[in-house]
Design a protein around this ligand. Structure first.
Ligand code: NAD
Length: 504
């Protein structure tokens, strides 16, 4: 069956009003303006192909202006002069405004990205508000230390007084991907602002709408001009200009490992600080004693939610041979039970992938896998009038050397493999260049913690998958990234330490 879909009218007045003026601008120094060269590009509803808005196509000149504005704001009285308490209140106000506009933002996210409305309304948009609320609390708790020293050569009769202070790292370029646009932006903006930094945000070209609406809300909250600038446009132009810019102090990037590598190269000029949240190929290990009533729906959610366009998606499932058939059968049934459709339709579980290119890419993995001997237990078909949908898919007989097993698919596709011994499962799980996340499903505490210690990944979940909260540090081991977001380590990445050592 081919899904033929039209874009529904959004229910919220806010989303309708935002889309009623379809020509969007960039935000520099507190002003909305066209891109310097006047260029625009279209953003579409991936479910129906309908154009939603014309975005400003930022240029290197726009990046220069945005960075200059962020540099100026960094030391401005309006920003640097705010007390920590006032800065915290401002972040809290942004959180409250996101909550007040949660339905509108969820509708815009669905229209632009494709995800189901439920995912935005009850997951990612409230989670974005929580990012600001959590980091707001840090503003008044950014502390240095006093340090007793053992320096032996101070002048006679004198003492050493040494202490540290924490300073904002400076101007941050925040570059975000298309899978969870609003949340990815909030995960960078909230700690950066809590630390006192200023930001140039470059949202993904496929999904910029909620970042632009967030910009409006931040101004409404009273954020001083220039503290957050937003430049829409393409990675090769706006992204490269930002990452090579001599006046940007740090790049906070979430995206593919491939682009992460390019950023490492581009950042060399002034040795920018980098945090890189990159790709993954996360394993889910199901032991023989796992509670299947928990494991099967949990693992299914861990791979199929947001149509698999989740960095931590559990795309490799290793099931003990005694439960392997049950797992394949259970995941296949869970896949077949999911309803594909427009994300704004309340009946929809899974919307389209972000665009045709991504859906074709997923189809390519399935085609190559089949040719290599993989078997499809459920799904496997591309769908939709514009080819942007992909059925949730369960694949078996996938060898460790196949692309399906090695590369990040970023689609609703899971490979299920049996194992006989937990040690064998650890070897399989670690047979990947990535190390972003993983999950372990068992009722035995010792096995759970032994596996948690042995699987190489930044996050391990036990009897759950894809559980996030701003309190929990999140980062990639191996080629899944550098540094952390969230928790205290997430704030540290936006701060420098200064040591002051005085003879008194
Ligand atoms: P992408 O790497 O193609 O693009 C990400 C961002 O980088 C976009 O804004 C893009 O315009 C920009 N960009 C592209 N080329 C650039 C360049 N040369 N210089 C600077 N910026 C450039 O990623 P994507 O396809 O948008 O998102 C999917 C990827 O993101 C997946 O690999 C996924 O695993 C990853 N991701 C990781 C996490 C995490 O926390 N580790 C979270 C979400 C997504």
């Amino acid at each position: 069956m081919t899904l033929a879909i039209t874009t529904p009218t959004p229910k919220t007045e806010g989303a309708r009003a935002f889309l009623a003026s379809p020509r969007k601008q960039i935000l520099i120094d507190g002003q909305w303006r066209d891109a310097g060269a006047g260029g625009t590009f279209e953003t579409h509803d991936p479910a129906s192909g309908q154009m939603l808005a014309l975005l400003a196509e930022g240029t290197a000149d726009d990046v220069d202006a945005a960075v200059a504005s962020a540099r100026q704001a960094l030391t401005s009285h309006e920003w640097r002069g705010l007390t920590p308490s006032a800065r915290g209140k401002l972040l809290g106000k942004i959180a409250d405004l996101i909550d007040a506009h949660v339905e509108e933002l969820a509708e815009l996210e669905t229209l632009d990205q494709g995800k189901s409305y439920k995912t935005g309304r009850f997951g990612e948009i409230p989670a974005s508000a929580e990012q600001f609320r959590y980091f707001a609390g840090f503003c008044t708790k950014i502390l240095g230390t006093t340090i007793p020293t053992s320096i032996s050569y101070q002048p006679a009769g004198k003492q050493i007084f040494a202490y540290t202070t924490r300073e904002p790292i400076g101007v941050v370029a925040a570059i975000t991907p298309w899978n969870s646009p609003m949340l990815m932006a909030a995960m960078k903006l909230a700690p950066a602002l809590a630390a006192g930094c200023t930001v140039v945000l470059k949202p993904a070209e496929e999904t910029s709408l909620t970042a632009l609406r967030l910009g409006e809300l931040m101004l409404e909250a009273g954020l001083p001009k220039g503290v957050v600038n937003i430049v829409t446009g393409f990675g090769e132009i706006v992204g490269t200009a930002l990452t090579a810019h001599p006046d940007v102090d740090k790049v906070a990037f979430t995206g593919s490992t491939e682009v992460g590598r390019m950023i490492v190269g581009a950042a060399q000029g002034n040795l920018k600080k980098l945090t890189l949240e990159l790709g993954g190929k996360s394993p889910a290990i199901i032991l023989a004693d796992a509670d299947m009533a928990l494991a099967i729906p949990g693992v299914a959610r861990g791979i199929f939610s947001n149509s698999g366009q989740v960095c931590v998606a559990g795309s490799r499932v290793y099931a003990h041979r005694s439960v392997y058939d049950q797992v394949v059968d259970g995941l296949s049934k869970a896949a077949s039970a999911l309803t594909l459709g427009h994300g704004l339709d309340p009946a929809t579980d899974l919307g389209p992938l972000v665009n045709r290119k991504q859906a074709d890419r997923v189809a390519g993995f399935i085609r190559d896998g089949r040719a290599d001997g993989a078997e499809i237990a459920a799904g496997g078909r591309q769908d939709g009038e514009f080819g942007t949908f992909f059925e949730p898919t369960v694949v078996t007989s996938v060898r460790p050397d196949m692309r399906l097993m090695r590369e990040e698919i970023f689609g609703p596709v899971v490979a299920v493999t049996p194992f006989d011994d937990p040690d064998e499962a650890i070897v399989y799980a670690n047979d990947s260049p990535y190390g972003l996340a993983g999950s372990v499903w068992t009722q035995d505490l010792s096995s759970a913690h032994r596996l948690a210690a042995s699987v190489k990944a930044g996050t391990i979940w036990i009897n759950c998958h894809s559980y996030f909260s701003p309190e929990l540090p999140k980062g990639g081991h191996r080629q899944s990234g550098w540094g952390y977001e969230n928790g205290a380590p997430g704030l540290d990445n936006y701060l420098e330490t200064k040591t002051v050592c005085a003879v008194i």
